[in-house]
Design a protein around this ligand. Structure first.
Ligand SMILES: Cc1cc2nc3c(=O)[nH]c(=O)nc-3n(C[C@H](O)[C@H](O)[C@H](O)COP(=O)(O)OP(=O)(O)OC[C@H]3O[C@@H](n4cnc5c(N)ncnc54)[C@H](O)[C@@H]3O)c2cc1C
Length: 233
């Protein structure tokens, strides 16, 4: 399917959302991702395709993805910053099973590391748009306060993630430290039938899920979303 670039929004220092108009209504479930092709001049060895979680809700007219772009980012990410209105892109998907369970009573634990916040933005926006209420405990780990995004959306929806900052400034009054199974265990008390969603850089999701299993979470209670090529939080 084709997408036409509409606009971008700077969410934080190095984090941007890109908004696109799909050629026809895009049918997807909140939490799914696409593979977005962006042909550009002189691509580096990482090429012209990337997977991105859709950060907008299925009920929205524009489709967005949200990503981190720094000076040393790939040629793909630099080309994204240069997109102009009505530039045409194509994608495959949507795909993926990082989606809510059918049973709305299932207690949910959402854990996000850094840019891994993207699927929750889509899911929570969709819950709000459809007036569906789910029991959610939410932990969001970031390296520094400057990387916290989407708080305005969560606030509007009356959802308040516990934000854990790894390298906080002296002014930070919230939780601090590396997102670990022990830290999470001290912050929330999931019920035995909870489903725990973990989304973020691949090394973080791998180590966190292994450690949570050691602390008693069952494998079948975990729903995981790995983002390759990002370092652990
Ligand atoms: C299911 C799924 C969903 C995803 N959803 C998202 C999402 O919502 N948002 C998102 O941002 N990503 C998402 N990703 C990850 C995304 O596909 C990219 O892998 C990621 O954004 C990194 O992009 P990049 O390779 O352009 O690296 P960059 O973002 O450009 O760089 C990442 C790191 O690699 C270093 N680097 C850059 N170029 C090179 C190079 N040539 N060789 C070695 N190191 C280099 C950079 O210095 C930086 O530290 C998802 C992945 C999957 C599988």
């Amino acid at each position: 399917m084709r997408l036409s670039f509409d606009h971008k929004k700077q969410e934080a220092n190095n984090i941007y959302s890109f908004f696109f108009k799909p050629e026809s209504q895009l049918d997807f479930t909140a939490g799914q991702y696409i593979e977005l092709s962006l042909p550009h001049k002189n691509p580096d060895d990482r090429g012209i395709k990337r997977w991105f979680t859709i950060s907008s809700a299925p009920t929205e007219e524009l489709v967005s993805i949200t990503t981190k772009i720094i000076d040393s980012s790939s040629s793909y990410k630099q080309a994204m910053l240069k997109l102009e209105v009505n530039d045409q892109l194509s994608f495959t998907g949507p795909m993926g099973d990082f989606v809510l369970p059918k049973l709305i009573q299932t207690p949910l634990v959402f854990i996000a590391g850094g840019i891994g916040i993207t699927p929750y933005h889509s899911i929570v926006s969709w819950l709000k748009a459809t007036h569906e209420d789910r029991p959610i405990q939410f932990i969001y780990g970031v390296k520094s306060e400057e990387e916290i995004i989407f708080q305005d959306t969560f606030e509007k929806l009356n959802i308040h993630p516990i934000v854990v900052v790894k390298n906080p400034s002296s002014a930070w009054g919230g939780e601090r430290g590396r997102l670990s199974a022990e830290l999470i265990d001290g912050l929330i008390t999931p019920s035995p039938d909870s489903l725990t969603y973990i989304s973020g850089p691949e090394p973080m999701v791998e180590s966190l899920s292994k450690d949570m299993i050691k602390l008693g979470t069952k494998q079948q209670q975990l729903v995981l979303d790995f983002f390759p090529n990002y370092l652990a939080i």
